[in-house]
Design a protein around this ligand. Structure first.
Ligand code: EZ4
Ligand code: CO
Length: 403
């Protein structure tokens, strides 16, 4: 039996905070898993260090399903982002170990490659529509086949997803939360103009996406969906929050624009009605926030029955370890749709050397045994944790709203 000898948490901040769980077996195989929860990093680190790591020592490193059940059922308190992110850290590290032990890239253990590569979308944005289109053209020149478009809204400062000319994006800022202002009335007319300009400039041979970041009511979402129908978006993401999964039925009744949701969901139960009632087209849950490879496979298997495809969250606050693991999942899962790809900073890539590579609009996880991502601990130690928070949003009259 391959036993777990040690399990420890590494927190590093090469531009932004990342939490990594490293597990070592008695015969010296190591595996790592991402356990980063943006803005709440140390809650997961503590959950792992205080409550999970001690229970892992001496356990069978190969019994991934049993360990998953042990951590999920064994906590008594089920679900929730902190718990499920911690479980994901363990699960991803154990899959990494199992694949290394087999001498195979992880996707081979998940059934082998079901496609040649993983279609990704990049993030084009700008303060103005013209700037966003210029950014989208740069992505096209780099071979991207799918591009997310976000632009500023006249009269509003600090719009989600707009970071101007910087190549890298960090939504969390040092200290207490920054406050942004939101107006749906100002936002709604802008997006159809952005999409019209994009089709004019980029043509129809490219997938265009957009993220409404939970800011619309269902009927507002329905209106946006209708307005965007002529431009055939690949999807509109997070039109409205999904705690009430029924909300999506109302949007569905009004528009054929494809709907994606799920980056803040942690459990298959959070998506049960969205999937089984065919209220969405893409489920965006990630390896790191939804209980690891083990649980995400279960979500995908359910989704496949209802023709819902995957579209894993892949923002830069999910570490390269999550990206590596996600790519093995994406390559092997039958109902893969698309993978979000926000490039990490050079510092982050140096701390997490990885086998995955981008070419011609696709990522491939590589052929290295395991998930193909390692951590340079000496370098990681040079970037100590810095407290940072996600912004909050207020309506123009000061009412606290969804960010
Ligand atoms: O705001 O990951 O689609 N991507 C997103 C992200 C989220 C951040 C929050 O931590 O919506 O940019
Ligand atoms: Co999003």
């Amino acid at each position: 039996m391959l036993k777990i000898k040690s399990a420890r948490v590494i927190v590093t901040s090469p531009g932004r905070n990342f939490v990594t769980l490293k597990i070592e077996t008695t015969d010296g195989i190591t595996g790592i898993g991402d356990a980063t929860l943006n803005g709440r990093e140390l809650a997961v680190a503590s959950y792992l260090t205080e409550h999970v790591c001690p229970t892992l020592i001496g356990r069978d490193a190969q019994a991934i399903e049993d360990t998953w059940q042990y951590l999920y059922r064994g906590a008594y308190w089920r679900r929730g982002p902190v718990t499920m992110t911690a479980i994901a850290g363990v699960d991803t590290a154990l899959w990494d170990i199992k694949a290394k032990q087999a001498g195979l890239p992880l996707y081979q253990l998940l059934g082998g490659a079901a496609r040649d590569g993983v279609l990704v979308y990049g993030h084009a944005n700008g303060e103005t529509i013209d700037e966003a289109i210029e950014a989208a053209k740069r992505f096209r020149s780099e071979g991207y086949l799918a591009i997310r478009l976000q632009c500023g809204v006249p009269g509003l400062k600090g719009i989600y997803g707009v970071w101007g000319k910087q190549r890298h994006y960090g939504s969390a800022k040092a200290g207490v939360p920054v406050e942004n202002t939101w107006s749906t009335t100002k936002y709604l007319p802008v997006v159809p103009k952005l999409f019209a300009a994009a089709r004019e400039a980029l043509g129809w041979d490219v997938h265009l996406l957009h993220d409404a970041h939970h800011r619309l009511t269902p009927i507002e979402a329905a209106r946006l969906g209708k307005d965007l129908e002529p431009f055939r978006p690949f999807w509109i993401e997070d039109m409205t929050p999904s705690e009430n999964q029924e909300s999506f039925r109302l949007i569905r009744h009004h528009t054929t624009t494809k709907l994606a949701v799920g980056e803040v969901l942690n459990s298959i139960w959070d998506a049960q009605h969205l999937i089984t009632e065919q209220l969405i087209d893409y489920i965006r849950m990630s390896v790191v926030h939804a209980g690891g490879i083990t649980h995400l496979r279960r979500v995908a298997a359910l989704a496949d029955l209802y023709q819902v495809r995957t579209g894993c969250h892949g923002a830069a606050d999910l570490s390269p370890v999550c990206m590596g693991a996600a790519l093995h999942f994406d390559l092997s899962v039958p109902n893969f749709g698309i993978q979000e790809y926000m490039r990490h900073t050079e510092e982050t890539d140096a701390v997490f050397p990885h086998a995955y590579k981008y070419a011609d609009g696709m990522l491939h996880p590589g052929e290295v045994p395991g998930h193909g991502v390692e951590i340079d601990e000496a370098l990681a130690a040079k970037f100590p944790y810095r407290q940072a928070s996600l912004p909050v949003n207020r309506l123009e009259d000061g009412t606290l709203y969804n960010w």
